[in-house]
Design a protein around this ligand. Structure first.
Ligand SMILES: Nc1ncnc2c1ncn2[C@@H]1O[C@H](COP(=O)(O)OP(=O)(O)OP(=O)(O)O)[C@@H](O)[C@H]1O
Ligand SMILES: [Mg+2]
Length: 158
């Protein structure tokens, strides 16, 4: 039974025959719209027919990346592209950059100020969670300029 469902999803996807891509603009400190980009991405992946457990991983990773831009930067954008093989998300922001990426990746490390912690963020788990939920993750950053975070989730079973 389960196998039948999987086959159907793959067929729907092949029928699409096109790669899908798009971009969301993210505004720093815009807590009213925080989470919108990742939630729209989740909807789009659902419409394409991506498997639910992959959508769940993608939504977690995209949400954490989106929140970091909103909390720590003035602005950024999230670009996504889906091919039959992979989902790739690139989140670019306008600074301040990350000086020590290894430290930023450490579970529990956070520079979130108190008012951000009061909103429930700042556990220092966002970047480690992106790593856990994706197949590839890369951060490049120039302090003073900005950060680019890229992640890939494989859509084909190995
Ligand atoms: N885009 C970014 N620009 C600048 N600094 C960032 C960016 N993303 C993360 N950081 C830095 O890396 C730290 C760790 O980020 P991470 O997402 O893991 O945790 P957090 O945002 O502090 O807490 P949580 O994600 O659990 O709410 C942040 O506290 C911040 O100092
Ligand atoms: Mg975070």
């Amino acid at each position: 039974m389960e196998k039948d469902c999987e086959v159907e999803v793959v067929m729907m996807y092949d029928k699409f025959e096109k790669n899908v891509e798009g971009v969301f603009f993210l505004k720093g400190k815009d807590f009213t719209n925080a989470g919108t980009a990742s939630s729209e991405l989740k909807t789009i992946l659902g419409e394409i027919g991506i498997n639910q457990s992959i959508i769940r991983r993608a939504a977690i990773a995209a949400f954490e990346a989106e929140m970091n831009v909103i909390i720590y930067t003035p602005a950024g954008m999230m670009h996504y592209s889906v091919t039959p093989e992979i989902l790739k998300v690139v989140v670019e922001d306008m600074g301040p950059g990350i000086e020590d990426i290894e430290l930023a990746m450490t579970e529990g490390y956070s520079t979130a100020p108190d008012y951000i912690r009061e909103m429930g963020f700042g556990s220092g788990m966002g970047l480690p969670n992106i790593k856990k939920n994706t197949d590839e993750m890369k951060i490049t950053s120039s302090p003073g300029e900005g950060t680019t975070l890229e992640f890939v989730i494989n859509l084909k079973k190995e």
